[in-house]
Design a protein around this ligand. Structure first.
Ligand SMILES: [Zn+2]
Length: 148
């Protein structure tokens, strides 16, 4: 693995990455209150909004394998290793979502490219607001929302 890979990884791996902070601040400014990195819930969601029984994951496009995203690529070295690694991550992600839904949680997934590389935060917050509003007012089964 070369230096560039290592730097990229630590940046993506570390908690409180910048896009997550941007999202948190924007939600807070809209009056939403949340817990961070709840270890008791499947997949340790990045944000938990207990009032709306909703969790939010921010998925790094590389580690979680954002299909069709230009920030998701398989390195040319150790290709097999990375293909396995990322598909393992994706399988774990969907297991976590299933577990949360069966426990009655709504699940929002925000792909990092929506915040990190664009100026889409207003659009992202708008979608989240709409989702939370209906989660709060309609008595429906737990839902998922993917923002990508
Ligand atoms: Zn992406």
């Amino acid at each position: 693995m070369d230096i560039l890979d290592r730097e990229g990884m630590s940046k993506i791996r570390s908690k409180n990455t910048k896009p997550e902070l941007i999202l948190r601040k924007a939600l807070f400014a809209q009056g939403y209150r949340y817990r961070i990195n709840d270890k008791k819930l499947p997949g340790k969601p990045d944000l938990v909004l207990p009032k709306y029984r909703t969790v939010i994951f921010m998925h790094g496009c590389y580690w979680h394998g954002h299909e069709g995203c230009k920030y998701f690529y398989i390195p040319k070295t150790n290709t097999e290793f990375w293909v396995n690694k990322i598909s393992t991550n994706k399988e774990r992600d969907s297991r976590n979502v299933e577990a949360l839904l069966s426990a009655g949680w709504n699940v929002i997934i925000v792909w990092e490219c929506m915040i990190a590389y664009t100026k889409e935060i207003g659009h992202v917050i708008g979608q989240i607001q709409k989702f939370l509003y209906s989660a709060d007012t309609l008595c429906v089964n737990p839902q998922t929302l993917t923002i990508e």
